[in-house]
Design a protein around this ligand. Structure first.
Ligand SMILES: CC(C)(COP(=O)(O)OP(=O)(O)OC[C@H]1O[C@@H](n2cnc3c(N)ncnc32)[C@H](O)[C@@H]1OP(=O)(O)O)[C@@H](O)C(=O)NCCC(=O)NCCS
Length: 425
């Protein structure tokens, strides 16, 4: 079966998390992704958070599957020559260097277009044009600047970042969509274009509902937020709402049996309007079905604390999976709080290819997250990440057509470091 992006060649000049997330997706969908790394060092994440000495970290391996690695010093004269050959051979260049770094390497958009008018140049930066455009940015900075931190956590506490990497991986996802869109556009325009995605913008896009609430707030209190029922006045900006759910379907995280010793013995419970009657029966409050204080979604809003306290008295009698089984029979929307351990051991996630075991020559077996996007005609097979410079010789030879003598000269110049000759696996 052919892969959706077969024939697309990507010059992957990315590092850390945001860029590699994007190019890993392209590789999963069949693009030939050539990761360019600095000789001797490579992507800094190879050495970060190492759990086994001198072995590529899980941080690196889990973001760089299905890619090939070439080492290349982009500041060495011979290295620059090789880099320009790659620019001519590739369809897409993806980078997430600090602002201005690509230009300083001599890879300006004008020169790239001159060398390869079909090239798509995709970049992640922390901020778009404006007062912060020159700043270096990491995940949590983007979460803070994109509106996530000010709206996450509890009202009485400090702003909170989330564990989901919406700044890095979230931006990588946005960028991948921009790239495939530009590739489609190129099929009829014949030319490439720039694809820029700022981490602040990507986070804000994911916080869209909070900008919605900001404007609603100007017209009155946000009635679905717990603080409304608690009689706490709203300020002039969207507050942190704890675990309240938006969209007018009030929800909370509730304790389940075992919560005293298990930090994840909790269930998310949503009091969706159409299933209010079965909720009342299950929790033992059948009179709430007709009581004017509880019978309609609007009437319930000022009583959310009381309602969820009553529901919690029921959930605390069941473990989270038991509660799920009972509630699902009535289509009551709810979900267990799953720990990473439970997720790693979940058989259905293994069966669907969302959690995958990968074998690595120096690390051995490890778990990773496979593609969350499933294409019926282009299934993803997760292949291990490359060792540093593993494919340098192969790429110089088969992609760029260099001869033995030319490769020896390139190696001698220091542009690619020492080419590794690996024994076949
Ligand atoms: C992530 C980030 C903060 C890291 O900063 P950093 O570690 O200082 O790395 P930089 O991107 O500044 O690159 C450092 C240098 O390495 C150089 N370099 C990178 N690859 C090279 C190679 N193969 N050969 C030679 N030099 C190389 C760059 O040209 C740059 O040199 P310069 O500063 O002289 O121009 C920064 O890259 C950034 O803000 N990126 C955009 C936002 C982003 O993606 N952030 C999230 C990361 S998950």
């Amino acid at each position: 079966m052919s892969k959706a992006l077969e024939g697309v060649r990507v010059l992957d000049f990315t590092h850390v998390q945001s860029g590699p997330t994007c190019t890993q997706l392209l590789a999963w969908f069949g693009a030939d992704v050539i990761k360019v790394e600095r000789p001797g060092a490579g992507d800094a994440t190879r050495q970060q958070l190492q759990d086994i000495p001198d072995v590529d970290s899980l941080y690196f391996t889990m973001l760089n599957h299905n890619k090939r690695s070439i080492t290349l010093d982009s500041k060495n004269a011979k290295g620059k020559e090789v880099l320009w050959r790659l620019v001519k051979e590739c369809d897409v260049l993806v980078e997430n260097f600090a602002p201005g770094a690509l230009d300083r390497m001599g890879l300006t958009w004008e020169k790239i277009q001159e060398a390869n008018p079909r090239m798509i140049l995709a970049s992640v930066k922390g901020f778009g044009p404006g007062r912060y455009q020159d700043c270096k940015v990491y995940e949590n900075v983007a979460q803070c600047a994109g509106g996530s931190a000010s709206t996450t956590g509890f009202r009485d506490d400090i702003p909170m970042v989330t564990g989901a990497q919406i700044g890095d991986s979230g931006t990588g996802l946005h960028l991948a969509l921009g790239i495939v869109t530009a590739l489609f556009h190129r099929t009829h325009s014949g030319v490439g274009q720039r694809v820029d995605c700022a981490m602040q913008d990507a986070v804000l896009n994911l916080c869209r509902v909070k900008l919605r609430d900001q404007q609603r707030l100007e017209r009155g209190p946000l009635r679905e937020y717990s603080q409304f029922g608690e009689g706490v006045p709203f300020g002039d900006a969207v507050p942190r709402a704890g675990n309240d759910s938006g969209g007018g379907q009030p929800g909370r995280i509730l304790k389940c049996k075992g919560w005293e010793h298990d930090p994840n013995a909790y269930l998310y419970f949503i009091t969706q309007g159409p299933v209010w009657e079965p909720i009342c029966d299950i929790i033992g409050e059948p009179s709430w079905k007709t009581d004017p204080n509880y019978a309609t979604p609007k009437a319930r809003l000022p009583h959310l604390n009381e309602i969820f306290t009553r529901i919690e008295a029921w959930t605390m009698k069941h473990d989270k999976f038991e509660a799920m089984d009972i509630l699902n029979k009535y289509d009551i929307p709810c979900g267990p709080i799953l720990s990473m351990k439970e997720i790693a051991e979940d058989q259905s996630l293994r069966d669907s290819g969302t959690v995958v075991e990968v074998d690595h020559p120096t690390r051995g077996k490890y778990l990773t997250v496979g593609s969350p996007i499933k294409l019926s005609g282009s299934p993803v097979e997760v292949a291990r990440s490359p060792l540093l410079g593993e494919h340098t010789d192969e790429i110089l030879r088969s992609v760029l057509g260099y001869s033995d003598a030319e490769i020896a000269e390139i190696e001698g110049s220091g542009a690619v470091g020492q080419i590794q000759k690996l024994a076949a696996e």
